[in-house]
Ligand binder design. Structure first.
Ligand SMILES: NC(=O)c1ccc[n+]([C@@H]2O[C@H](COP(=O)([O-])OP(=O)(O)OC[C@H]3O[C@@H](n4cnc5c(N)ncnc54)[C@H](O)[C@@H]3O)[C@@H](O)[C@H]2O)c1
Length: 433
Protein backbone atom coordinates (compact mmCIF):
# COMPACT_ATOMS: atom_id res chain seq x y z
CA UNK A 1 0.00 0.00 0.00
CA UNK A 2 1.45 3.42 -0.84
CA UNK A 3 0.82 6.08 1.71
CA UNK A 4 -1.79 8.68 0.81
CA UNK A 5 -1.48 12.41 1.59
CA UNK A 6 -3.85 11.88 4.50
CA UNK A 7 -1.88 8.89 5.82
CA UNK A 8 -0.73 10.11 9.24
CA UNK A 9 2.37 7.91 9.08
CA UNK A 10 3.80 10.31 6.45
CA UNK A 11 4.07 13.08 8.99
CA UNK A 12 5.48 11.41 12.05
CA UNK A 13 9.12 11.50 12.88
CA UNK A 14 9.63 10.13 16.37
CA UNK A 15 8.50 7.21 18.47
CA UNK A 16 6.43 9.52 20.64
CA UNK A 17 4.72 10.89 17.54
CA UNK A 18 3.93 7.37 16.39
CA UNK A 19 2.20 6.64 19.63
CA UNK A 20 0.26 9.89 19.50
CA UNK A 21 -0.86 9.20 15.93
CA UNK A 22 -1.98 5.69 16.77
CA UNK A 23 -4.08 6.83 19.69
CA UNK A 24 -5.72 9.37 17.38
CA UNK A 25 -6.65 6.70 14.83
CA UNK A 26 -10.29 5.63 14.68
CA UNK A 27 -11.40 2.59 16.72
CA UNK A 28 -12.97 0.49 13.97
CA UNK A 29 -13.24 -3.27 14.45
CA UNK A 30 -12.61 -5.02 11.16
CA UNK A 31 -14.55 -8.15 10.20
CA UNK A 32 -11.37 -9.67 8.79
CA UNK A 33 -8.00 -8.88 10.29
CA UNK A 34 -6.50 -8.88 6.80
CA UNK A 35 -9.19 -6.66 5.33
CA UNK A 36 -7.20 -3.44 5.38
CA UNK A 37 -3.67 -4.66 5.42
CA UNK A 38 -0.68 -2.87 4.06
CA UNK A 39 2.89 -3.90 3.46
CA UNK A 40 5.31 -4.12 6.34
CA UNK A 41 7.49 -1.11 6.74
CA UNK A 42 7.13 2.41 7.99
CA UNK A 43 9.90 4.08 9.91
CA UNK A 44 10.67 5.06 13.44
CA UNK A 45 11.86 2.86 16.24
CA UNK A 46 9.41 1.13 18.54
CA UNK A 47 10.67 -0.49 21.74
CA UNK A 48 9.39 -4.01 22.23
CA UNK A 49 9.16 -5.92 25.51
CA UNK A 50 8.69 -9.67 25.77
CA UNK A 51 6.90 -11.26 28.72
CA UNK A 52 7.29 -15.05 28.76
CA UNK A 53 10.50 -16.16 27.04
CA UNK A 54 9.42 -19.58 25.82
CA UNK A 55 8.98 -21.11 22.39
CA UNK A 56 6.10 -18.88 21.31
CA UNK A 57 7.42 -15.75 22.95
CA UNK A 58 10.66 -16.13 21.05
CA UNK A 59 8.72 -16.75 17.86
CA UNK A 60 6.57 -13.67 18.44
CA UNK A 61 9.67 -11.54 19.07
CA UNK A 62 11.14 -12.70 15.76
CA UNK A 63 7.85 -11.95 13.97
CA UNK A 64 7.83 -8.43 15.41
CA UNK A 65 11.47 -7.81 14.48
CA UNK A 66 11.65 -9.35 11.04
CA UNK A 67 8.48 -7.75 9.73
CA UNK A 68 9.69 -4.33 10.96
CA UNK A 69 13.47 -3.90 10.81
CA UNK A 70 13.25 -0.63 12.73
CA UNK A 71 11.73 -2.33 15.80
CA UNK A 72 14.07 -3.10 18.69
CA UNK A 73 13.64 -5.67 21.45
CA UNK A 74 14.66 -3.81 24.62
CA UNK A 75 13.33 -5.82 27.58
CA UNK A 76 12.58 -9.43 28.45
CA UNK A 77 10.92 -11.02 31.47
CA UNK A 78 10.34 -14.57 32.59
CA UNK A 79 9.68 -16.58 35.72
CA UNK A 80 13.10 -18.25 35.32
CA UNK A 81 16.60 -16.93 34.58
CA UNK A 82 17.60 -19.96 32.51
CA UNK A 83 14.59 -19.57 30.18
CA UNK A 84 15.32 -15.88 29.69
CA UNK A 85 19.06 -16.23 29.08
CA UNK A 86 18.66 -19.22 26.71
CA UNK A 87 16.12 -17.44 24.57
CA UNK A 88 17.98 -14.14 24.64
CA UNK A 89 21.09 -15.87 23.34
CA UNK A 90 19.01 -17.62 20.66
CA UNK A 91 17.51 -14.31 19.55
CA UNK A 92 20.88 -12.53 19.54
CA UNK A 93 22.23 -15.20 17.19
CA UNK A 94 19.40 -14.80 14.69
CA UNK A 95 21.05 -13.94 11.39
CA UNK A 96 18.34 -11.58 10.27
CA UNK A 97 17.23 -9.92 13.50
CA UNK A 98 20.11 -10.39 15.96
CA UNK A 99 21.18 -6.74 15.69
CA UNK A 100 17.67 -5.63 16.70
CA UNK A 101 17.99 -7.51 20.00
CA UNK A 102 19.28 -4.90 22.44
CA UNK A 103 18.36 -6.18 25.88
CA UNK A 104 21.00 -4.97 28.32
CA UNK A 105 21.49 -6.51 31.76
CA UNK A 106 19.32 -3.88 33.42
CA UNK A 107 16.36 -4.91 31.27
CA UNK A 108 16.32 -8.66 31.94
CA UNK A 109 13.70 -9.26 34.58
CA UNK A 110 12.95 -12.47 36.44
CA UNK A 111 10.16 -13.53 38.79
CA UNK A 112 6.43 -13.09 39.26
CA UNK A 113 6.63 -9.28 38.94
CA UNK A 114 9.00 -9.25 35.97
CA UNK A 115 6.09 -8.34 33.69
CA UNK A 116 5.65 -4.91 35.28
CA UNK A 117 9.23 -3.89 34.60
CA UNK A 118 9.12 -5.19 31.02
CA UNK A 119 5.87 -3.34 30.33
CA UNK A 120 7.25 -0.15 31.92
CA UNK A 121 10.29 -0.34 29.58
CA UNK A 122 8.49 -0.79 26.25
CA UNK A 123 6.10 0.84 23.78
CA UNK A 124 4.69 -2.49 22.59
CA UNK A 125 4.51 -5.68 24.65
CA UNK A 126 4.32 -9.31 23.61
CA UNK A 127 2.41 -11.21 26.32
CA UNK A 128 3.42 -14.83 25.86
CA UNK A 129 3.72 -16.29 29.36
CA UNK A 130 1.76 -19.19 30.78
CA UNK A 131 -2.00 -18.55 30.30
CA UNK A 132 -2.96 -18.21 34.00
CA UNK A 133 -0.99 -14.97 34.26
CA UNK A 134 -2.41 -13.33 31.13
CA UNK A 135 -5.29 -11.41 32.84
CA UNK A 136 -2.93 -9.51 35.16
CA UNK A 137 -0.36 -8.96 32.41
CA UNK A 138 -3.04 -7.59 30.09
CA UNK A 139 -4.55 -5.37 32.79
CA UNK A 140 -1.19 -3.81 33.67
CA UNK A 141 -0.25 -3.25 30.01
CA UNK A 142 -3.56 -1.49 29.29
CA UNK A 143 -3.32 0.60 32.48
CA UNK A 144 0.10 1.74 31.29
CA UNK A 145 -1.24 2.56 27.81
CA UNK A 146 0.86 0.02 25.89
CA UNK A 147 0.05 -1.64 22.57
CA UNK A 148 -0.20 -5.40 22.88
CA UNK A 149 0.27 -8.72 21.18
CA UNK A 150 -1.33 -11.33 23.50
CA UNK A 151 -1.11 -15.05 23.00
CA UNK A 152 -4.10 -17.32 23.45
CA UNK A 153 -5.67 -18.42 25.73
CA UNK A 154 -6.17 -15.31 27.85
CA UNK A 155 -7.39 -16.91 31.10
CA UNK A 156 -8.05 -20.22 32.80
CA UNK A 157 -11.10 -19.47 34.97
CA UNK A 158 -14.20 -17.25 35.33
CA UNK A 159 -12.52 -14.48 37.37
CA UNK A 160 -9.72 -14.33 34.76
CA UNK A 161 -12.24 -14.10 31.91
CA UNK A 162 -14.18 -11.29 33.60
CA UNK A 163 -10.96 -9.40 34.23
CA UNK A 164 -9.94 -9.70 30.55
CA UNK A 165 -13.40 -8.65 29.34
CA UNK A 166 -13.03 -5.46 31.41
CA UNK A 167 -9.45 -4.87 30.23
CA UNK A 168 -10.50 -5.25 26.60
CA UNK A 169 -13.09 -2.49 27.06
CA UNK A 170 -10.48 -0.24 28.68
CA UNK A 171 -8.13 -0.89 25.75
CA UNK A 172 -10.95 0.03 23.37
CA UNK A 173 -11.61 3.30 25.20
CA UNK A 174 -7.90 4.16 25.15
CA UNK A 175 -7.69 3.16 21.45
CA UNK A 176 -4.82 0.81 22.15
CA UNK A 177 -4.03 -1.92 19.65
CA UNK A 178 -4.52 -5.45 20.92
CA UNK A 179 -3.74 -8.27 18.51
CA UNK A 180 -4.59 -11.77 19.73
CA UNK A 181 -2.54 -14.89 18.99
CA UNK A 182 -5.52 -16.80 17.60
CA UNK A 183 -3.34 -16.98 14.55
CA UNK A 184 -5.73 -18.68 12.14
CA UNK A 185 -7.64 -15.40 11.97
CA UNK A 186 -4.55 -14.05 10.19
CA UNK A 187 -4.09 -17.03 7.85
CA UNK A 188 -5.02 -15.90 4.37
CA UNK A 189 -6.45 -19.21 3.06
CA UNK A 190 -8.74 -19.39 6.11
CA UNK A 191 -9.73 -15.76 5.85
CA UNK A 192 -10.77 -16.33 2.25
CA UNK A 193 -12.61 -19.57 3.03
CA UNK A 194 -14.51 -17.88 5.87
CA UNK A 195 -15.32 -14.89 3.68
CA UNK A 196 -16.88 -17.14 1.06
CA UNK A 197 -18.92 -19.01 3.67
CA UNK A 198 -20.06 -15.71 5.18
CA UNK A 199 -21.01 -14.56 1.69
CA UNK A 200 -23.38 -17.55 1.44
CA UNK A 201 -21.34 -20.13 -0.52
CA UNK A 202 -22.81 -23.07 1.43
CA UNK A 203 -26.16 -21.50 2.36
CA UNK A 204 -27.14 -21.35 6.03
CA UNK A 205 -24.83 -23.30 8.33
CA UNK A 206 -26.59 -26.14 10.10
CA UNK A 207 -23.72 -27.80 11.91
CA UNK A 208 -19.96 -27.62 12.41
CA UNK A 209 -17.57 -30.42 13.21
CA UNK A 210 -14.10 -29.68 14.61
CA UNK A 211 -11.32 -32.15 15.34
CA UNK A 212 -7.94 -31.59 16.99
CA UNK A 213 -6.34 -35.00 17.46
CA UNK A 214 -2.67 -34.54 18.26
CA UNK A 215 0.05 -36.45 20.06
CA UNK A 216 1.51 -35.73 23.48
CA UNK A 217 3.60 -32.62 24.13
CA UNK A 218 6.72 -32.02 26.24
CA UNK A 219 7.30 -32.74 29.92
CA UNK A 220 10.20 -30.90 31.54
CA UNK A 221 10.88 -33.35 34.39
CA UNK A 222 11.39 -32.67 38.07
CA UNK A 223 14.52 -31.62 40.01
CA UNK A 224 14.94 -32.15 43.76
CA UNK A 225 15.75 -28.49 44.41
CA UNK A 226 12.57 -27.23 42.73
CA UNK A 227 9.70 -26.22 44.99
CA UNK A 228 6.26 -27.54 44.05
CA UNK A 229 5.42 -24.11 42.60
CA UNK A 230 8.51 -24.15 40.40
CA UNK A 231 7.77 -27.70 39.28
CA UNK A 232 4.22 -26.82 38.32
CA UNK A 233 5.10 -23.61 36.50
CA UNK A 234 7.90 -25.31 34.57
CA UNK A 235 5.40 -28.04 33.62
CA UNK A 236 2.45 -25.67 33.30
CA UNK A 237 0.68 -27.61 30.51
CA UNK A 238 -0.41 -30.30 32.99
CA UNK A 239 -1.97 -28.10 35.65
CA UNK A 240 -5.44 -26.79 35.06
CA UNK A 241 -4.91 -23.56 37.03
CA UNK A 242 -1.97 -22.68 34.78
CA UNK A 243 -3.01 -23.91 31.30
CA UNK A 244 -6.80 -24.22 31.52
CA UNK A 245 -6.35 -27.88 30.39
CA UNK A 246 -5.66 -28.91 26.79
CA UNK A 247 -9.10 -27.89 25.57
CA UNK A 248 -8.23 -24.30 26.51
CA UNK A 249 -4.53 -24.36 25.70
CA UNK A 250 -4.71 -26.10 22.32
CA UNK A 251 -8.24 -26.92 21.18
CA UNK A 252 -9.11 -23.21 21.46
CA UNK A 253 -7.81 -22.89 17.89
CA UNK A 254 -10.60 -25.20 16.62
CA UNK A 255 -13.24 -23.67 18.86
CA UNK A 256 -12.32 -20.19 17.68
CA UNK A 257 -12.83 -21.34 14.08
CA UNK A 258 -16.27 -22.67 15.02
CA UNK A 259 -17.21 -19.29 16.51
CA UNK A 260 -15.68 -17.46 13.55
CA UNK A 261 -17.56 -19.42 10.90
CA UNK A 262 -20.86 -19.13 12.80
CA UNK A 263 -20.20 -15.48 13.67
CA UNK A 264 -21.43 -16.30 17.14
CA UNK A 265 -20.52 -17.85 20.48
CA UNK A 266 -22.42 -20.75 22.05
CA UNK A 267 -25.29 -20.49 24.48
CA UNK A 268 -24.59 -23.88 26.13
CA UNK A 269 -22.34 -26.93 26.08
CA UNK A 270 -22.46 -30.59 27.08
CA UNK A 271 -19.07 -32.30 27.23
CA UNK A 272 -17.27 -35.49 28.16
CA UNK A 273 -13.61 -36.17 28.78
CA UNK A 274 -11.06 -38.01 30.86
CA UNK A 275 -7.55 -39.41 31.19
CA UNK A 276 -7.02 -42.66 29.32
CA UNK A 277 -3.34 -42.49 28.28
CA UNK A 278 -1.74 -39.83 30.49
CA UNK A 279 -2.75 -41.28 33.83
CA UNK A 280 0.52 -40.87 35.80
CA UNK A 281 0.89 -38.27 38.54
CA UNK A 282 3.47 -36.34 36.53
CA UNK A 283 0.67 -35.32 34.19
CA UNK A 284 -0.93 -33.20 36.91
CA UNK A 285 -4.69 -32.91 36.80
CA UNK A 286 -5.57 -32.25 33.15
CA UNK A 287 -7.51 -34.62 30.91
CA UNK A 288 -6.08 -36.09 27.71
CA UNK A 289 -9.33 -36.02 25.70
CA UNK A 290 -12.54 -34.00 25.48
CA UNK A 291 -15.58 -34.17 23.25
CA UNK A 292 -18.04 -31.33 23.28
CA UNK A 293 -21.41 -30.44 21.80
CA UNK A 294 -21.94 -26.68 21.67
CA UNK A 295 -25.40 -25.17 21.11
CA UNK A 296 -25.99 -21.86 19.35
CA UNK A 297 -28.96 -19.53 19.46
CA UNK A 298 -29.62 -20.06 15.73
CA UNK A 299 -30.23 -23.77 16.47
CA UNK A 300 -26.88 -24.89 15.04
CA UNK A 301 -24.71 -27.36 16.90
CA UNK A 302 -20.95 -27.81 16.86
CA UNK A 303 -19.49 -31.25 17.54
CA UNK A 304 -15.87 -30.97 18.63
CA UNK A 305 -13.23 -33.46 19.67
CA UNK A 306 -9.74 -32.96 21.12
CA UNK A 307 -7.15 -35.43 22.30
CA UNK A 308 -3.41 -35.73 22.89
CA UNK A 309 -2.61 -39.41 22.50
CA UNK A 310 0.56 -41.04 21.24
CA UNK A 311 0.35 -43.95 18.80
CA UNK A 312 -3.07 -42.84 17.56
CA UNK A 313 -4.45 -41.27 14.40
CA UNK A 314 -3.72 -37.57 14.07
CA UNK A 315 -6.20 -35.20 12.51
CA UNK A 316 -6.67 -31.46 12.62
CA UNK A 317 -9.68 -30.52 10.51
CA UNK A 318 -12.99 -28.68 10.72
CA UNK A 319 -16.03 -28.70 8.46
CA UNK A 320 -19.05 -26.44 8.27
CA UNK A 321 -22.17 -28.03 6.76
CA UNK A 322 -24.75 -25.73 5.22
CA UNK A 323 -28.11 -25.96 3.46
CA UNK A 324 -26.35 -25.79 0.06
CA UNK A 325 -22.95 -27.39 0.62
CA UNK A 326 -19.99 -27.84 2.90
CA UNK A 327 -16.71 -26.04 3.63
CA UNK A 328 -13.39 -27.40 4.88
CA UNK A 329 -12.16 -24.65 7.19
CA UNK A 330 -8.72 -26.14 7.72
CA UNK A 331 -8.45 -27.61 4.21
CA UNK A 332 -9.65 -24.39 2.50
CA UNK A 333 -12.16 -25.81 0.04
CA UNK A 334 -15.88 -25.61 -0.57
CA UNK A 335 -18.24 -28.09 -2.21
CA UNK A 336 -21.57 -26.57 -3.14
CA UNK A 337 -23.16 -28.06 -6.23
CA UNK A 338 -21.73 -26.09 -9.15
CA UNK A 339 -19.98 -23.62 -6.81
CA UNK A 340 -16.95 -25.70 -5.86
CA UNK A 341 -13.83 -23.76 -4.84
CA UNK A 342 -10.40 -24.45 -3.43
CA UNK A 343 -7.74 -22.02 -2.22
CA UNK A 344 -5.17 -22.25 -5.02
CA UNK A 345 -2.31 -24.54 -4.08
CA UNK A 346 1.00 -22.71 -4.33
CA UNK A 347 -0.59 -19.26 -4.06
CA UNK A 348 1.90 -17.22 -2.08
CA UNK A 349 0.83 -15.70 1.20
CA UNK A 350 2.76 -14.39 4.15
CA UNK A 351 2.67 -16.75 7.15
CA UNK A 352 -0.01 -16.10 9.74
CA UNK A 353 2.44 -15.36 12.57
CA UNK A 354 4.09 -12.61 10.53
CA UNK A 355 0.67 -11.30 9.43
CA UNK A 356 -0.28 -10.76 13.08
CA UNK A 357 2.68 -8.43 13.51
CA UNK A 358 2.30 -6.68 10.19
CA UNK A 359 -1.25 -5.81 11.23
CA UNK A 360 -0.26 -4.76 14.76
CA UNK A 361 2.56 -2.44 13.77
CA UNK A 362 0.71 -1.01 10.77
CA UNK A 363 -2.12 -0.11 13.14
CA UNK A 364 0.25 1.38 15.71
CA UNK A 365 1.81 3.46 12.95
CA UNK A 366 -1.62 4.70 11.87
CA UNK A 367 -1.60 2.95 8.50
CA UNK A 368 -4.84 1.16 9.30
CA UNK A 369 -7.57 1.49 11.94
CA UNK A 370 -6.94 0.50 15.54
CA UNK A 371 -7.20 -3.25 16.07
CA UNK A 372 -8.81 -4.74 19.15
CA UNK A 373 -9.16 -8.54 18.87
CA UNK A 374 -9.96 -8.72 22.58
CA UNK A 375 -13.60 -9.78 22.23
CA UNK A 376 -12.93 -12.93 20.30
CA UNK A 377 -9.86 -13.62 22.46
CA UNK A 378 -11.82 -13.77 25.71
CA UNK A 379 -14.97 -15.28 24.19
CA UNK A 380 -13.14 -18.15 22.48
CA UNK A 381 -11.21 -18.71 25.72
CA UNK A 382 -14.52 -18.88 27.61
CA UNK A 383 -15.93 -21.27 25.00
CA UNK A 384 -13.05 -23.62 25.83
CA UNK A 385 -13.30 -23.13 29.59
CA UNK A 386 -17.05 -23.86 29.57
CA UNK A 387 -16.37 -27.10 27.69
CA UNK A 388 -13.84 -28.08 30.34
CA UNK A 389 -16.22 -27.18 33.17
CA UNK A 390 -18.97 -29.24 31.59
CA UNK A 391 -16.72 -32.29 31.16
CA UNK A 392 -15.27 -31.98 34.67
CA UNK A 393 -18.71 -31.80 36.30
CA UNK A 394 -20.82 -33.85 33.89
CA UNK A 395 -23.32 -30.98 33.64
CA UNK A 396 -24.79 -29.12 30.69
CA UNK A 397 -23.67 -25.53 31.25
CA UNK A 398 -24.79 -22.23 29.78
CA UNK A 399 -22.57 -19.37 28.64
CA UNK A 400 -23.84 -17.21 31.54
CA UNK A 401 -23.06 -19.89 34.11
CA UNK A 402 -19.53 -20.24 32.83
CA UNK A 403 -18.98 -16.47 32.55
CA UNK A 404 -20.20 -15.99 36.14
CA UNK A 405 -18.36 -19.01 37.57
CA UNK A 406 -16.91 -18.26 41.00
CA UNK A 407 -14.21 -20.92 40.71
CA UNK A 408 -10.92 -19.09 41.31
CA UNK A 409 -7.94 -21.24 40.36
CA UNK A 410 -5.28 -18.76 41.54
CA UNK A 411 -3.00 -19.70 44.43
CA UNK A 412 -3.23 -17.63 47.61
CA UNK A 413 0.21 -16.17 46.99
CA UNK A 414 2.72 -16.23 44.18
CA UNK A 415 5.93 -17.43 45.81
CA UNK A 416 8.43 -20.25 45.29
CA UNK A 417 6.97 -22.67 47.82
CA UNK A 418 3.74 -24.60 47.88
CA UNK A 419 1.42 -24.68 44.88
CA UNK A 420 -2.31 -25.30 44.57
CA UNK A 421 -3.44 -28.85 45.25
CA UNK A 422 -4.44 -30.29 41.88
CA UNK A 423 -7.09 -32.99 41.94
CA UNK A 424 -8.32 -34.73 38.82
CA UNK A 425 -11.99 -33.86 38.26
CA UNK A 426 -14.57 -36.67 38.28
CA UNK A 427 -17.80 -36.05 36.35
CA UNK A 428 -20.85 -36.35 38.57
CA UNK A 429 -18.72 -35.82 41.67
CA UNK A 430 -16.84 -32.60 40.97
CA UNK A 431 -19.16 -29.67 41.65
CA UNK A 432 -19.69 -26.73 39.32
CA UNK A 433 -18.71 -23.61 41.24
N1 LIG B 1 -0.70 -19.28 18.68
C1 LIG B 1 0.00 -20.38 18.65
O1 LIG B 1 0.11 -21.04 17.62
C2 LIG B 1 0.73 -20.84 19.89
C3 LIG B 1 1.70 -21.84 19.80
C4 LIG B 1 2.36 -22.21 20.97
C5 LIG B 1 2.03 -21.61 22.18
N2 LIG B 1 1.07 -20.66 22.24
C6 LIG B 1 0.70 -20.02 23.50
O2 LIG B 1 1.79 -19.20 23.93
C7 LIG B 1 1.90 -19.23 25.35
C8 LIG B 1 3.31 -19.72 25.72
O3 LIG B 1 3.49 -21.03 25.22
P1 LIG B 1 4.94 -21.62 24.91
O4 LIG B 1 4.74 -22.78 24.00
O5 LIG B 1 5.84 -20.53 24.51
O6 LIG B 1 5.33 -22.17 26.36
P2 LIG B 1 6.77 -22.14 27.06
O7 LIG B 1 6.67 -22.96 28.28
O8 LIG B 1 7.81 -22.47 26.04
O9 LIG B 1 6.91 -20.61 27.45
C9 LIG B 1 6.20 -20.00 28.48
C10 LIG B 1 7.20 -19.11 29.23
O10 LIG B 1 6.50 -18.31 30.16
C11 LIG B 1 7.29 -18.27 31.34
N3 LIG B 1 6.47 -17.88 32.49
C12 LIG B 1 5.67 -18.66 33.27
N4 LIG B 1 5.08 -17.92 34.20
C13 LIG B 1 5.51 -16.64 34.01
C14 LIG B 1 5.24 -15.41 34.66
N5 LIG B 1 4.40 -15.34 35.70
N6 LIG B 1 5.83 -14.29 34.20
C15 LIG B 1 6.69 -14.35 33.14
N7 LIG B 1 6.98 -15.50 32.49
C16 LIG B 1 6.39 -16.61 32.93
C17 LIG B 1 7.84 -19.67 31.44
O11 LIG B 1 8.95 -19.76 32.32
C18 LIG B 1 8.22 -19.94 30.00
O12 LIG B 1 9.54 -19.52 29.71
C19 LIG B 1 0.78 -20.13 25.83
O13 LIG B 1 -0.32 -19.36 26.18
C20 LIG B 1 0.46 -21.00 24.63
O14 LIG B 1 -0.85 -21.46 24.63
C21 LIG B 1 0.43 -20.25 21.10
Amino acid sequence: MTSSPSDPSRHVSSRRDFLRVSTAASGVLLASPLAARSHAGGNGKLRIGLVGCGGRGTGAALNALRTHPENVLVAMGDAFTDHLENKLSYLQKDQRCGAQVQVDHAHRFVGFDAYKKVIDSADVVLLCATPHFRPRHLAYAVDKGKHIFAEKPCATDGPGIRSVAETVEKARKKKLNLVAGLCYRYHEPKVETMQRVHDGAIGDIVTVQATYHASQLWHRGKKPDWSEMEYQIRNWLYFNWLSGDGITEQHIHSLDKVAWVLNDFPTAVTASGGRSQRTQEKFGNIYDHFSTVYEFKGGQKAFCSWRQWDGSARDVSDFAYGTRGMAALQGHWIKAGGGDWKFPRGQKHRGMYDEEHVALFDAIRGKRPVINNGDYLWKSTLMAIMGRMSAYTGKRLTWEQAFNSKENLAPETYAWGDAPECKVAIPGVTEFV
